[in-house]
Design a protein around this ligand. Structure first.
Ligand SMILES: [Zn+2]
Ligand SMILES: [Zn+2]
Length: 356
């Protein structure tokens, strides 16, 4: 039985996040209704809650957050034939227009006219989520294996973004990886980097709890950037050659400017984290990029294919996700859970709507 109302975590305005009772979404003839099993709280959710989002116009109606979602299909519209009730799915949140060059190439997340579940349309921090027709048509509901718990499946979204990142680095097995910043996304690069065959995996950060998490997740070397020079440690560790792939997973202009200095000849730097808008003029060592034949790229989000490959790695245990879920809260405790999620000892805090 689907109830008439449900709990939802709603962004009303910057600094005004509420857990409140709202109607269960109605579905159209080509939509599906997901009973949310778990939903992750990520930095984007924290940013929206604190400062809003350029795609959420100020003064617009409250928005249910949550784009790292997994759950069970409990209702489908009369025209939906390919999705059985009871199917367990993870949701790919980015929805493209479907016909621009990026969408046609499969990169819905790069569509200039994108929508995103949990940002431009109501998301999964609720007991139920409407999956719109175009999400179903584009393959955005990914069927999960029966033994992958929902709170683990929520990690597919951020891990898929890391998959996009590491794929853009063209890392070969045995190539070295430096992850700059051991926040949740940096930690996920460590977990996924192992599956990509990166060796050694080196992580730098300025907070000891995060470095401890990186070590626990399998980083071969951690560098405390407050006490040690990253450049010097990289020289020591690589015999002066530098790192094959450097992922800057922290929004630091200094780190972006310095990253080419740490990179090996023909290596790649990926600017994974963004900088605050208007503060993104970064001086880079152009001659080093030229003479060492470096590639500097950026990645953002993930497409359905990145998700599918990530699911393969997670469901076969190639990427261990259990240690990345460091907090589990009922939906009703979303506000304390958001506060917890900001602490450095957490990789991912998830919300789990209670049974009922
Ligand atoms: Zn996210
Ligand atoms: Zn498009």
């Amino acid at each position: 039985m689907i109830p008439a109302s449900m709990l939802a975590v709603r962004h009303h305005a910057p600094g005004d996040l509420r857990v409140e009772r709202v109607p269960v979404p109605e579905i159209g003839s080509q939509d599906a209704l997901l009973k949310v099993g778990a939903v992750g709280i990520c930095a984007t959710d924290q940013k929206i809650a604190a400062r809003g989002h350029f795609k959420i116009l100020s003064g617009s109606a409250a928005r249910t957050l949550g784009h790292e979602v997994a759950g069970t299909i409990v209702a489908v519209g009369e025209e939906v034939s390919r999705l059985a009730l009871g199917t367990r799915v993870a949701v790919v949140p980015n929805l493209g227009c479907g016909h621009c060059p990026d969408c046609v190439a499969g990169d819905m997340h790069l569509c200039p006219d994108y929508d995103a579940i949990g940002i431009t349309i109501d998301g999964g921090m609720a007991e139920y989520l409407r999956l719109p027709a175009r999400a179903l048509a584009a393959g955005n509901a990914l069927v999960l294996p029966p033994d992958l718990p929902y709170h683990h499946a929520t990690l597919l979204e951020p891990l898929a973004c890391c998959y996009n990142s590491l794929a853009a680095c063209h890392l070969k097995p045995g190539g070295s990886l430096l992850v700059v910043g051991a926040g949740p996304m940096g930690l996920m690069h460590v977990a996924l980097g192992k599956a990509f065959g990166a060796a050694p995996i080196i992580v730098s950060d300025i907070q000891e709890p995060r470095l401890a998490l990186a070590r626990a997740l399998g980083a071969d070397v951690v560098i405390d950037a407050r006490r040690e020079s990253v450049a010097q440690r990289v020289r020591e560790l690589t015999g002066g050659r530098g790192i094959s792939a450097v992922v800057v997973a922290v929004g630091s202009a200094e780190a972006q400017a310095e990253a080419p200095e740490w990179t090996a000849r023909k290596g790649t730097v990926n600017f994974f984290a963004s900088l605050p808008s208007g503060q993104d003029a970064v001086p880079v060592p152009a001659n080093r990029i030229h003479y060492q034949q470096l590639a500097i790229t950026g990645t953002t989000g993930a497409n359905v294919t990145h998700f599918r490959h990530t699911l393969s790695l997670v469901s076969t245990g190639r990427v261990e996700v259990a240690a990345l879920v460091t907090g589990r809260y009922p939906l009703a405790e979303a506000l304390p859970a958001f506060a917890q999620g900001r602490l450095p000892e957490h990789a991912r805090v998830v919300l789990e709507p209670e049974e009922g």
